[in-house]
Design a protein around this ligand. Structure first.
Ligand code: NAD
Length: 253
């Protein structure tokens, strides 16, 4: 079932909007009437999302960003505000997985890269987004964490550390701004059918599917629906929460 939300006139930023979960979230916000800033390091993918939103009758623009670079994140927010006048909602979603190898074999530069793209990026985004939302008297932010932010995973040390960090950062940020009208939550997808998962070896995909009580991968739109709920007035008393949308995968912990 698809719940319909009304984000008419709201200015929404989605990072990693060029693919997978970010594309689904961008399209869902666009279909709900929002004006969507689709930010991505891939111009080609980002423009495809923009075209899809426009083809469905919505409004969207592409903004280039490398979320691991603070100056690039500041430029992204400036571009959103210069183009649309303000920022109401942000989905900080861009991320990479890193190498699938035991911790002792993980190259330190891969550690730094994944921490930069998956965790430090969320700090940069929050730092740049919150002052703009304060000017409006409030806003809503969702950070994409992962089931790997709640439980450990084999051969996934840096990704697991980064996503646990996203959940901690979300809680701390939510406390700082709870009485200033800004709600900040995280979403914890299980294995979702996106290019991110498709890039994994088939035996690994089979293993995560087997570990999922619902016996299937999730669809990006199932994450998008939860992101929209967390950004809507339907969740007006929810902040600092980490919402599992994972077919039950963390239940066996
Ligand atoms: P995806 O690979 O389909 O999309 C990720 C997008 O992020 C791409 O468009 C990519 O170009 C962009 N991106 C990567 N590095 C970037 C950077 N430095 N700056 C800006 N954009 C960048 O992946 P997805 O599956 O949609 O994943 C999105 C988020 O969901 C990630 O944070 C990921 O960790 C998280 N997640 C995914 C799954 C899953 O199973 N797919 C599960 C849990 C969490």
């Amino acid at each position: 079932m698809q719940i319909t939300y009304d984000f008419s006139g709201k200015i929404v930023l989605v990072t990693g909007g060029g693919s997978g979960i970010g594309r689904a979230s961008s399209e869902a916000f666009g279909a709900a009437g929002a004006i969507v800033a689709v930010a991505d390091i891939s111009e080609k993918n980002g423009l495809e999302t923009v075209e899809a939103i426009r083809a469905a009758g919505g409004t969207a623009e592409f903004i280039f960003v490398d979320v691991s670079n603070e100056e690039s994140v500041k430029a992204m927010i400036k571009s959103v505000v210069d183009t649309f006048g303000t920022l109401d909602i942000a989905h900080n979603n861009a991320g990479i997985e890193g190498n699938h190898i035991p911790l002792a074999e993980l190259p330190s530069d891969n550690w730094r890269q994944v921490i930069d793209v998956d965790l430090t990026s969320v700090f940069y985004c929050l730092k740049a987004e919150i002052p703009e939302m304060m000017k409006n008297g409030g806003g809503a932010i969702v950070n994409t964490a992962s089931a790997s932010g709640l439980i450990g995973g084999y051969n996934l040390s840096v990704y697991t550390a980064a996503k646990h960090g996203v959940i901690g950062l979300t809680k701390a940020a939510a406390m700082d701004y709870a009485n200033k009208g800004i709600r900040i939550n995280s979403i914890c997808p299980g294995a979702i059918d996106t290019p991110f998962i498709a890039a994994l070896p088939k035996p690994l995909i089979d293993r995560v599917t087997f570990a999922t009580p619902m016996d299937r991968l999730g669809q990006p739109r199932e994450i998008a629906q939860s992101v929209l709920w967390l950004c809507s007035d339907a969740s007006s008393y929810v902040t600092g929460h980490s919402l599992s949308v994972d077919g039950g995968v963390v239940l066996g912990g």
